[in-house]
Design a protein around this ligand. Structure first.
Ligand code: GCU
Length: 339
């Protein structure tokens, strides 16, 4: 009920926003910078964005004021990306699955078991120079990525216990709204059900789906642990979230302002990464002690075997991911001691 009211309210809010945002100026003449994201105010991404705001307002506060809208208040990730595209808002944080329709290079992150270690994942994503070619791939769509945030490791969780891939058969599992995400979860043998993040709680509660796949924070920050009690560590993906900005805003800015925005973006990532592991520990404690969630260690190899053809199939279907894929494999090899 609360969710529905929030949705209706946020619909009005977006409308009101569209009406008042002629030039996005505040009454004090400052340019208002609006940022949307899907997480709660205690989530590491929100804390990172507070750093972003702090640096911009410290250094350019005479001209900019930063407003952060959490909890999908301005709509689901896909809606908020559209608002960022048109310039109705300026920034949004969203997972790469939402970017696949704009630049298919982002499909690479939907591959199951793409990164073979957390070290490799962080090294690839922290290489801001290398990532620029990927980040600029959505320029023609009117936006681009400034930096990444860690969104942990994604695992299956459900109202039904999952110990092997066979347990996924017959289970309806929510996935993010992208064909590659649908394909990934279907390959495990489940029935993928794409929907926005904000719809997942009610869908599990009402039995429309059995479960979903996400990091541990989804259990607590998004309360999914209230309705799904089995969380299985099959570790199928490490997928980053991206801070995405309106291209016109960034292109029209003076070099000096852009440098401050970039500095603020990278500092926001540092804060987010530093908060992440703590947040996961906290989420697990709450999930176990307050929500009664059971965390299950599974034989990961069985899950890997179930989707062993998917990487090859995706590479054949989409040549744009080959270069980034090869780059990631080289970094993987470094941490597997193969070099
Ligand atoms: C995580 C991730 C989000 C993503 C969400 C989802 O919370 O950080 O970017 O949108 O999962 O599964 O939709």
């Amino acid at each position: 009920m609360r969710k529905r009211l929030m949705k209706i309210f946020s619909g009005f809010f977006v409308l009101a926003l569209a009406l008042v945002m002629t030039g996005c100026s505040a009454s004090n003449g400052k340019r208002i910078i609006r940022i949307a994201h899907a997480q709660s105010e205690t989530h590491p991404e929100h804390l990172g964005l507070l750093k972003f705001k702090e640096i911009i307002e410290d250094k350019l506060g005479d001209r900019y004021e930063v407003e952060i809208f959490p909890n999908e208040l301005l709509g689901s990730a896909q809606k908020a990306i559209e608002l960022t595209q048109t310039g109705a808002i300026d920034f949004v944080v969203a997972g790469t699955a939402n970017l696949e329709t704009f630049a298919d290079v982002y499909e690479v992150f939907s591959m199951p078991y793409l990164f073979t270690s957390e070290e490799a994942y962080h090294e690839v994503m922290n290489d801001n120079d290398y990532m620029q070619q990927v980040y600029h791939s959505t320029d023609d769509s009117g936006f681009r990525v400034l930096t990444w945030y860690n969104a942990g490791t994604r695992n299956f969780y459900s109202t039904k216990r999952i110990e092997t891939p066979e347990d996924l058969k017959g289970q309806k599992i929510r996935v993010q709204q992208s064909p590659a995400s649908v394909n990934m979860v279907n390959s495990f043998g489940a029935a993928a059900s794409p929907m926005s993040f904000g719809e997942v709680y009610t869908a599990i509660q009402q039995g429309v789906i059995h479960g979903a796949e996400n990091n541990e924070l989804a259990l607590t920050n998004n309360k999914h642990g209230e309705v799904a009690k089995y969380y299985s560590y099959n570790k199928h993906q490490m997928v980053p979230d991206m801070l995405i900005g309106n291209a016109k805003l960034l292109n029209d800015m003076s070099e000096e302002d852009l440098n401050v925005f970039m500095e603020a973006a990278l500092a926001s990532t540092e804060v987010e990464l530093a908060e992440w592991d703590k947040a996961v520990e906290e989420a697990k404690n709450i999930a176990i002690n307050e929500q009664g969630v059971e965390f299950i260690d599974v034989d990961v190899q069985k899950f890997k075997d179930a989707v062993s053809d998917v990487q090859e199939e995706m590479l054949e279907a989409n040549p744009s991911i080959q270069e980034l894929y090869d780059h990631i494999q080289a970094v993987n090899a470094k941490y597997e001691g193969k070099e």
